[in-house]
Design a protein around this ligand. Structure first.
Ligand code: SF4
Length: 154
């Protein structure tokens, strides 16, 4: 980690792999079984490490933009769902989120996962579900207080 910062979360296998909070990640070894047991996957092996200054809503905003952009539009759940998720996350990130947006995101992700022609649909849905599962408090905080729940940068 950078000096003075603590580990917050790790995405262990590329952008589609479910994020793991530090408390879980530090109990794992970097092998397929351990990461799978913790609820994620090693996937492409592209490891993303985030410290305590990183806003998880902003992280998900970036990921959701990528999947919206990459959707080829061939099947409806992915074509419509990736854009819908991105717009809802953007609304939350801009301080205009509604309490029901969190459940709405989970619902849209549920309706994408397992219902698309290729794996991009699942790849778009999994980060959303995992971010909300592990960092729901940050989404709620931003909706309720219009400010980010992160450590101050030095
Ligand atoms: S799931 Fe695959 S095939 Fe379907 S719209 Fe998305 S990118 Fe295209």
């Amino acid at each position: 980690m950078r000096k003075g910062r603590t580990l917050k979360a790790v995405i262990p296998g590329g952008s589609s792999a479910p994020v793991l909070p530090a408390s879980i990640m530090m109990e794992c070894t970097m092998d397929y079984d351990s990461i799978a047991k913790a609820g994620s996957m090693l996937g492409s092996g592209a490891v993303i490490v985030m410290d305590d200054t990183r806003c998880m809503v902003d992280s998900l905003l970036r990921l959701s933009y990528f999947y919206m952009h990459e959707s080829c539009g061939q099947c409806t759940p992915c074509r419509e769902g990736t854009g819908w998720m991105h717009r809802v996350i953007e609304r939350i990130a801009n301080g205009q989120g509604r309490p029901e947006d969190i459940d709405l995101l989970n619902s849209v992700a549920d309706n994408i996962q397992g219902r698309t022609i290729c794996a991009l649909g699942d790849a778009a849905a999994m980060p959303v579900r995992a971010m909300i599962k592990h960092f729901r408090d940050e989404f709620i905080h931003l909706i309720e207080h219009k400010t980010r729940k992160v450590a101050a940068t030095a």
